[in-house]
Design a protein around this ligand. Structure first.
Ligand code: ADP
Ligand code: MG
Length: 614
């Protein structure tokens, strides 16, 4: 008896299914991707019991010719690629030719399809996990394909045990549908669960329709408080929407990133986005985004993971850099009177008729962002003395609650308003020593003066540092750090980076580094740990902002202490100076902790409050 045996095709398929078919959601992903690959413009998904009882997907795509039906269900059978060259620039979502075979090996699968332009003839093929032979028979079906998957894992009880509650499974499945719906605005989707319509998304061609879909999927609040992104540096293009820092989330649950139409999760990209939000997001909060990266398919390898959730970029550093700088620029411009991201907002942000209330009249980015963040100015000189003004940072919960209280933001002056009125208008008064009230072309502006001043002070401290360079001091006793050879090498390669940041890091031996000099601001910090973390970043992402981040944190604390505190009386000229500084300071739409610094209450909003004009 030979010890080595070929696996039966059923067992081989079931093993493959282990990778590809984890739960009902994975079935829906594979089947929907096939529909999209077949050029469908409408896809209807019916699900029962969270998908474990039934998943039925019907599309109006190109269909499968009768003679190909068996092959469609066979492993390693695909119509999408024929050669290695094809694989290197694959344009379809699928190409491994194993999804239907895998699904069929762990469920009762029926495939019904018709590839003819006219006529309703078609054929169906069924396979049932246990016996893998396929039975084909004629069946009426309009052009397109229906895939019906019943009783998932009926023959693999171990797998079935891993399924969670119907609700949990459905949530996963719905998430898959949402992602695909965000990847293809031109395709109509419906999703029904136990006979009830959960999503009904019309095909969108106009920008406003696309926005409506994003709002339906990500919630209207996201669209109201998002900045449109449009950035291109050949060979890369990035578009989509990112939430304002003040629209941050407690979880990373509203983050969609597409690479050439394929939704992916990638550490490199996550890092680039996080880095872009670094200076504007409250600690521990997560940004929300729907972003589309497009690049030459040859620049990205999608064949690194069976479910293709991960990709590998030819030039990961360039991609990281491009994403970081695109978003960083857009976020720096979140300030009063500024279009953010340099995006043609007017085009992208139209009002929709389902209550999303995006103000088209303004055509300004701020119109979506009710919130701005401020920076301090005239009043308090950045006090380096570190007097405690008791302006403790709000907790994440406080920020969240605060944000909920804000009504949706309105934009700046509509076209036709006098040019001379600055975006934040002119100060009227101060309320309870906390808020500045101002009038601009649109109505009432409310500014949290401490929050605003803090940001201004902070940005100034950073600017001063950047201008005059970082002051650094030699260590009395140089600090030696044990690292790997690779880390020594990376540290040497990047010695200029360390130098620029005021650190002298030198090779101390094959596996050690010596820190001889550090920035004065980092005097009380754990510089060794910082250097280690930076090296880890450099190895993984090719860049690191940890040192800057750490110094910024210290500056931010100084800014907080040096800023005008609540209950300080400001004169009208001081208030106006604050408003002007806010308009000129980058990131002034939010304070250093990610809270808004100002809100706009439009006249229309005030009118509504007083039931005027009804
Ligand atoms: P892959 O998508 O990797 O090619 P699959 O097992 O998912 O492998 O599908 C096998 C083949 O069946 C596809 O290459 C395609 O030709 C055909 N097919 C599957 N689903 C559809 C569909 N909805 N419409 C048209 N053809 C389909
Ligand atoms: Mg497929």
């Amino acid at each position: 008896m030979p010890k080595i045996q070929l696996l039966s095709s059923r067992l081989a398929n079931q093993i493959a299914a282990g990778e590809v078919v984890e739960r009902p959601a994975s079935v829906v992903k594979e089947v929907l991707e096939n529909s999209l690959d077949a050029g469908a413009t409408r896809v209807d998904i019916d699900v029962e019991a969270g998908g474990s009882k039934l998943i039925r997907v019907r599309d109006n795509g190109s269909g499968i010719p009768a003679e190909d039906m068996e092959l469609a269900l066979a492993r390693h059978a695909t119509s999408k690629i024929t050669s290695l060259e094809d694989l290197e620039c694959v344009g379809s979502l699928g190409f491994r030719g194993e999804a239907l075979a895998s699904i069929g090996s762990v469920s009762r699968l029926t495939l019904t399809s018709n590839a003819n332009e006219q006529g309703s003839e078609g054929s169906s093929a069924a396979c049932e996990g246990r016996e893998m032979e396929v039975q084909r028979k004629p069946a009426p079906h309009p052009r397109g394909t229906t895939v019906e998957v019943r009783d998932l894992f009926f023959n693999t009880p171990a797998r079935r045990k891993f399924l969670r509650t119907e609700k949990t499974e459905f949530n996963h499945l719905e998430e898959v549908v949402k992602r695909l719906a965000l990847s293809r605005f031109d395709v109509a989707f419906t999703l029904r669960h136990n006979g009830k319509v959960v999503h009904s998304l019309k095909a969108a061609s106009l920008q406003a329709e696309s926005q409506r879909r994003v709002a339906a999927i990500c919630g209207p609040a996201f669209m109201e408080q998002a900045i449109a992104i449009e950035s291109a540096v050949p060979p890369y293009r990035l578009s989509g929407w990112v939430g304002l820092p003040t629209f941050s989330r407690s979880q990373a649950d509203l983050q969609y990133f597409f690479v050439n139409g394929r939704v992916i999760r990638d550490r490199l990209i996550a890092h680039a986005v996080k880095q872009a939000y670094r200076d504007v997001l409250y600690h521990g909060r997560h940004p929300a985004f729907v972003l589309y990266l497009e690049l030459d398919p040859a620049q990205v390898d999608v064949n690194v993971h069976p479910t293709k959730h991960e990709v590998r970029f030819r030039d990961g550093r360039a991609v990281h850099n491009f994403i970081f700088s695109s978003l960083h620029r857009a976020l720096a411009d979140v300030r009063p009177g500024r279009e953010s991201g340099g995006d043609p907002l007017a085009e992208r942000l139209l009002a929709t008729d389902d209550g999303m209330a995006i103000d088209t009249a303004t055509g300004e980015i701020r119109s979506q962002s009710p919130l701005a963040w401020g920076a301090p100015t005239a009043a308090g000189r950045p006090g380096m003395a570190g007097r405690a003004y008791g302006s403790s940072a709000p907790t994440a919960a406080q920020v969240g609650a605060q944000l909920q209280g804000y009504s949706r933001l309105h934009g700046l002056p509509a076209a036709g308003t006098p040019e001379e009125v600055p975006p934040l208008g002119y100060a009227l008064a101060q309320l309870k020593g906390v808020y500045v009230l101002a009038e601009n072309a649109h109505g009432l502006v409310l500014v949290d003066m401490h929050a605003a001043h803090e940001r201004i002070t902070y940005e100034r401290l950073k600017a001063a540092r950047d201008e005059s360079g970082i002051r650094s001091q030699p260590l009395l006793v140089p600090q030696s750090v044990a690292v790997s050879q690779r880390e020594v090498q990376v540290a040497t390669e990047h010695s200029a980076l360390f130098q620029r940041l005021g650190l002298a890091v030198e090779e101390g031996g094959e596996e050690s580094l010596v820190i001889r000099q550090i920035p004065v601001v980092l005097r009380d910090s754990n510089v060794e740990q910082l250097v280690r973390d930076v090296l880890a970043d450099l190895i993984e992402f090719g860049s690191s902002e940890r040192i800057e981040a750490h110094m910024d944190e210290i500056l931010s604390t100084m800014a907080c202490h040096g800023s005008v505190r609540a209950n300080r009386r400001l004169t009208i000229p001081e208030m106006n100076a604050l408003l002007r500084d806010m308009e000129e300071t980058e990131r002034s739409g939010q304070c250093n902790h990610g809270r808004p610094t100002w809100i706009q209450m439009g006249l229309d909003e005030l009118d509504t409050l007083f039931l005027r004009g009804r």
